[in-house]
Design a protein around this ligand. Sequence first.
Ligand code: DC
Length: 223
Amino acid sequence: MKFNIAIDGPAGAGKSTIAKLIAKKKSYIYVDTGAMYRAMALYFLEEGIRADEPDKISEASKKVDITIQYENGEQIVLLNGRNVNGLIRTEEVGNMASASSVNKDVREKLVELQRALAAKENVVMDGRDIGTTVLPNANVKIYLTASSKVRAKRRYEELMAKGERCNLDEIEKDIIDRDYRDMHRDISPLKQAEDAILLDSSEMTIEEVADAVIALCDKVGSK
Ligand code: DC
């Protein structure tokens, strides 16, 4: 049996930073499921499909092949064989990923890929529906959140560091809209699994959150 850690939560809560750190400390594989939804979204954008065209999204999702590779511990997402890591981190792709991830065909395809990875490896997997739907039997489930103000400020600083012009209030509005959509969709909405532990990272450092998760893993006998 593989050891599976599920980390869910809203955009900008620090899931990927924490998940990567835990994966490194425990020599587990980090699976970024958001990147898979982003790669799908990139395909739809490249095909000129809009978020309000569900039939086209369903049809196009059948032509998309998403696979994952690891290079020096980093997850590489391949979209129809092409490495798209450098193209999926924009706000445009993030918003399209949130909008197109409401689609049943999109979700079915990616959930299958995610389950196959978790069955094969010890994983730290982050996303929105990992503890509730993808890995309901995960050994440790975390629901990681932070206030929308703190999340917007983190994203703002990230974008500024990359030299991108941005506006803090617009980022916070985007985050609130994205949370609403992710939490209110029909299929696998973002919510805390009943057996997940709630961690609020607003006032915690990355190390403090990671240590708290590792302590929970040790408690249930992780390797
Ligand atoms: O975590 P992220 O910002 O990279 O995710 C982008 C979008 O993908 C997010 O707004 C909703 C969707 N997503 C999802 O529906 N289920 C997941 N497990 C991961 C992401």
